[in-house]
Design a protein around this ligand. Structure first.
Ligand code: FO1
Ligand code: 5AD
Ligand code: MET
Ligand code: SF4
Length: 374
């Protein structure tokens, strides 16, 4: 799959998506305005960081590697990691890695070529097929994509994602090749056009204002209203790492932002906070209903200094909040075929999930009737 030049119509200007009055109204939201969720969900995953090479250089990120040090996970390691995950009861293979690495790094391109791939996305398609063979459902977040790329990946993914981060132009998106709000929103729109259950979110504390956060959440809402494809919105706080010293946003800021997310988004969209990075217990009364992917076998390679809580801790968190803890699949319930839903309704699943994905799900007996309670 070669990359065609990007066209203007794949970009979406944030200013066309939100109006000032809606932003003002959302900025008035406080935690007491939103209801607590009736349950908490999470997915058991194994993380496969296919490559640390990246075309961007976001200053908050310790994941990407400089040219010369960048690595690609060989197919044998992918297979091994997948088996390890499947043995540990995972349902999700999370493929997250550097954005368009082969565009910037000749050595990555050459290595892919040696393995018989034109681009990293060709390799990703094969890796997703390996995951399906091992009984795992792929969730890919390879960064910015065009619609044709998403459409192809949708065939072998149970859901996909990309964080908007923010609709503001922040200094953290530095360097010659930058994440831009237009391209991020273009990816979210392309996912809608391709009809793939999608995860997105905002990164809090990267130089954006409160107003920018409200605007970002409303831009996500707007695109979801058009396509009905956003399954969850992650409200992720930036954390300091060996490369950067971004200050963690305060608990108050996170409470306010989670409440804004809950108020901005329709009820069918989950609000997720990552339990290894966030002050999770202090956010549960602000409308959080999901804890994202948690791994019993791999680190959060993006933030490896922040370990995943064990299942027992998630149980405690849910018990303290007085709500049941349920294990979900990478695809949220409302996009699943009838037998995997509590309401038994057919969401015209054929249009959301491809046959290989539906076939792989058919093996997951413990999810029949909806996400099991733990
Ligand atoms: O371990 C992580 N998982 C991340 N995930 C995985 C996520 O927690 C789950 O895979 C999804 O909730 C699906 O179950 C992301 C997925 C996306 O689609 C977009 C962004 C993220 C960000 C992270 C992350 O920073 N760390
Ligand atoms: C995969 C996602 O990881 C997030 N990400 C990258 N670096 C950090 C950090 N230091 N702290 C928190 N989240 C981060 C971005 O939001 C990216 O989209
Ligand atoms: C560590 S980020 C991984 C995914 C992709 N590079 C993005 O930023 O969206
Ligand atoms: S956050 Fe993603 S896009 Fe930005 S530098 Fe890190 S790997 Fe690349």
């Amino acid at each position: 799959m070669s990359r065609a030049p990007e066209t203007d119509d794949e970009r979406v200007a944030p200013s066309t998506l939100v109006d000032d009055d809606a932003v003002d109204a959302l900025l008035g939201t406080t935690p007491s305005d939103v209801d607590s969720a009736p349950e908490l969900t999470f997915a058991r995953n194994v993380f496969l960081p296919l490559t640390t090479a990246c075309r961007y250089t976001c200053t908050y990120c310790s994941f990407y590697d400089v040219p010369g040090e960048a690595t690609l996970m060989p197919p044998e390691s992918v297979r091994e990691q997948l088996r390890h995950g499947a043995d540990a009861g995972c349902t999700e293979a999370l493929f997250t890695f550097g954005d368009a690495p082969d565009e910037r790094y000749t050595q990555v391109h050459d290595q892919l070529d040696e393995w018989g791939y034109d681009t990293v996305l060709d390799y990703l398609v094969d890796a997703c097929e390996m995951a399906l063979e091992e009984g795992l459902l792929p969730h890919s977040n390879p960064g910015d994509l065009r619609q044709s790329e998403i459409a192809r990946l949708a065939e072998v993914n149970a859901s996909m994602g990309v964080m908007i981060e923010t609709t503001a132009n922040v200094d953290a998106h530095a360097g010659n090749r930058q994440k831009t709000p237009e391209r991020r929103l273009g990816t979210l729109r392309a996912a809608g056009e391709a009809g793939v259950p999608f995860t997105t979110g905002i990164l809090v504390g990267i130089g954006e204002t409160r107003r920018d956060r409200a605007e970002s959440l409303l831009a996500i809402r707007e695109l979801h209203e058009r396509y009905d494809h956003v399954q969850e919105v992650i409200v992720q706080n930036v954390v300091p790492n060996e490369r950067s010293d971004f200050e963690r946003p305060s608990v108050e800021t996170m409470r306010e932002t989670v409440a804004m997310a809950r108020a901005a988004l329709p009820a069918e969209v989950s609000v997720q906070v990552p339990p290894n990075l966030s002050p999770t217990r202090e956010l549960l009364d602000c409308g959080v209903d999901d804890l994202g992917g948690v791994s019993p076998v791999t680190d959060d390679y993006i933030n490896p200094e922040y370990a995943w809580p064990a299942l027992d801790e998630l149980r405690d968190v849910a018990a303290e909040a007085g709500v049941p803890l349920r294990e979900r699949l990478p695809t949220h319930e409302r996009y699943l075929p009838p037998r995997f839903r509590r309401d038994g309704v057919d969401p015209a699943s054929g249009s959301w999930l491809s046959q290989p994905i539906v076939d792989a799900m058919a093996e997951l007996d413990r999810f029949v009737g909806g996400p099991p309670r733990l």
